[in-house]
Design a protein around this ligand. Structure first.
Ligand code: CU
Length: 312
């Protein structure tokens, strides 16, 4: 008996030590407020130009009403930019970049403000741990309110970033209106750092998705409309790349190389629907570069943009 008590005491002691030194001690609760809000005149090509074929486009081809995820201050006080400061000249598509670190708890407070189509919406997250009530996917007769947030309603998705959550992951509408919502740009990314992993100086989000008659990057088509990403020589930059829809894409950056998941040097990497990857490099090549999907039909339909690297 005494021996058992000693073992229990020893285990308790180990537990105390484990708790005191556990990285969880530095874990945070990260809270985000996001709403589904109308973007009644979303324009895939605001400059009304197909810069690949050097042809004019008309608003009847490029403008359509949609609903997007938008980041808000606490308790949906007022809207704030979806993208990290200095990382892009775009907003609204994709939805907010939700950043956290392994070990963190993440609360995403979602409100459906879809006064345009008055559809139900939801948020379904990949890559993180959660209970079924935070799944956000609608299945008739099985799922709860998390997968079917009606206009005017709210839901809080409670997530945890594990050590197996490091990297970038999609989130998207998985409600009864999922198909229309994703076609209209209701998707975004989680970006989760490992414990102690430094944040990059610049983080660029590239979401390849078809939209109307075009192939878009972050909801825009053709150079002059797609995101212009910028960095300075010496900065560490990270590309967060994702595909949504039903097609595969090949992410290509001119004048740069990176390590593939197999450790080989590449300058083009494939990404399929709901797949993601994050790549990093220390920038040392000043100039104006192109990035694009290398599926040629996609590039010709708008999937191409500009990356500016300023000298130090
Ligand atoms: Cu493509």
């Amino acid at each position: 008996m005494r021996r058992l008590a000693t073992i229990v005491a020893a285990l308790a002691g180990m537990g105390a030590v484990a708790c005191a030194t556990a990285p969880a001690a530095s874990a945070e609760l990260r809270q985000f407020w996001v709403a589904a809000t109308p973007a009644p005149t979303w324009n895939m090509a605001p400059n009304e130009r197909d810069a690949i074929h050097n042809m004019p486009l008309s608003p009847s081809q490029t403008v359509f009403p949609t609903v997007v995820y938008r980041r808000y201050t606490k308790d949906w006080g007022h809207p704030i930019p979806n993208q990290p400061t200095g990382s892009s000249n775009q907003d609204l598509i994709p939805g907010p970049l939700l950043r956290a670190r392994a070990g963190d708890r993440i609360y995403v407070h979602f409100k459906n403000l879809d006064t345009l189509y008055k559809r139900p919406h939801s948020m379904h997250f990949h890559g993180v741990h959660y209970k079924p009530s935070s799944d956000g996917a609608y299945v008739p007769g099985i799922s709860g309110r998390d997968g079917n947030v009606k206009p005017g309603q709210t839901w809080t998705y409670k997530l945890t970033a594990g050590s197996d959550s490091v990297g970038v992951w999609p989130y998207h509408d998985h409600s009864p209106s999922m198909e229309d919502s994703i076609a209209g740009g209701m998707y975004g990314m989680l970006s989760i750092l490992g414990k102690g992993q430094p944040r990059p100086d610049r983080e660029f989000e590239v979401v390849f998705a078809p939209m109307g008659d075009f192939q878009t990057i972050d909801g825009r088509a053709f150079v002059g409309n797609t995101p212009v990403f910028t960095s300075v020589v010496g900065q560490t930059i990270q590309w967060d790349v994702m595909a949504m829809g039903s097609e595969h894409h090949t992410f290509h950056v001119h004048g740069h190389r990176w390590k593939s998941p197999f450790g080989t040097d590449v300058d083009t990497q494939t990404v399929g629907p709901a797949e993601t990857f994050a790549i990093r490099w220390k920038e040392e090549d000043p100039g104006t570069w192109l990035y694009h999907c290398h599926v040629e039909a996609h590039m010709m339909a708008g999937m191409i943009g500009i990356y500016h690297v300023r000298p130090k």
